[in-house]
Write a protein that binds this ligand. Structure first.
Ligand SMILES: [Zn+2]
Length: 300
């Protein structure tokens, strides 16, 4: 089944709601990075949260980067998602595994309760907008809601779920409900949404029971006149790396180092951190880079 994002409004435009199913994109991240179960859940939740954050942006090329630098054993968690429905990411220590807690995979334990969350919103035009907040719990949804409230003054609730069984990623998804500016001071409304989220059975369980995203969203928004927006967007794991970009990046090493690589290794092997694709540049590729650099050096 294709991963999708759906959107709705409620309370006469006072609430925006977004829902995501992300089983395939989390499964691809798991395969590419050979992630442990808790690593799959941590990166999966981060990627889904990033897509949820990007949904409020305007220009088509908008992207959000989310980076969690916690003190837990998994190290840095990074995700980068766009309004075009593509997302990619990695965790620093993909093999770290932790015993599950009674609430499921121990994502908070893997990330750690102390550290920093960075969010970069980039509309693709002027300067990207960077925010930094301190971690409060290590739970991805709580960290992002805390960020939305403190940095963007947007009261929000978020649900994230990744469930893994013996066959792989069983279900994955997320929901974001946000108060629009005209309701941002409406504490009763955000309290109502928070209580409904708390009462909800775990998000993964609902998806596993076969509930659709729309019905989960509409249950949360019951009595608030929810209206589904007509367009649902396909989502997928996709990286922006390419062989040309890798060759461009190799220039940073400088002529002497590149010559050394030709002599010692007969080329260079570069792995994309975001998608784990391995690129191999042979001695001819490296030789061309050196020639170009020397030609540029001669003319400058
Ligand atoms: Zn890549």
């Amino acid at each position: 089944m294709v991963d999708i994002m759906i959107r709705a409004i409620a309370a006469r435009g006072g609430i925006r709601a977004v829902g995501i199913t992300g089983r395939a994109l989390v499964a691809e991240a798991r395969d590419r990075h050979n992630l442990s179960a808790v690593g799959s859940a941590a990166l999966g939740q981060a990627m889904i949260a990033t897509l949820l954050l990007s949904s409020s942006m305007k220009s088509p090329q908008s992207r959000v980067s989310l980076q969690i630098l916690g003190n837990g054993p998994i190290g840095t968690v990074f995700a980068d998602g766009g309004l075009d429905g593509t997302v990619r990411g990695f965790v620093e220590h993909p093999q770290v595994e932790l015993a599950p807690t009674d609430r499921g995979l121990d994502v908070a334990g893997a990330i750690g309760k102390e550290g920093i969350l960075y969010i970069i919103r980039d509309e693709g035009k002027d300067m990207p907008y960077t925010s930094t907040v301190e971690l409060i719990s290590g739970e991805v949804s709580q960290e992002v809601v805390h960020y939305l409230f403190t940095s963007e003054q947007t009261p929000s609730v978020m649900l994230l779920g990744v469930f893994i069984n013996e066959k792989g990623i069983d279900v994955a998804g997320g929901i974001l409900l946000q108060l629009m500016p005209q309701e941002a001071e409406n504490e009763a409304l955000i309290t109502l949404l928070e209580e409904r989220i708390k009462k909800l059975d775990s998000f993964s369980s609902l998806l596993r029971a076969g509930k659709t995203l729309q019905s989960i969203l509409f249950d949360l928004l019951e009595g608030l006149e929810p209206q589904l927006l007509p367009y649902s967007q396909p989502l997928r794991f996709a990286c922006r790396c390419s062989f040309d970009r890798v060759l461009g990046a190799l220039r940073i090493l400088g002529v002497a180092e590149l010559k050394d690589m030709i002599e010692k290794d007969n080329g260079a092997e570069v792995t994309c951190q975001f998608c784990n694709t391995v690129y191999r540049a042979d001695r001819i590729d490296l030789g061309k880079i050196i020639m170009n650099m020397q030609a540029e050096g001669a003319t400058s």
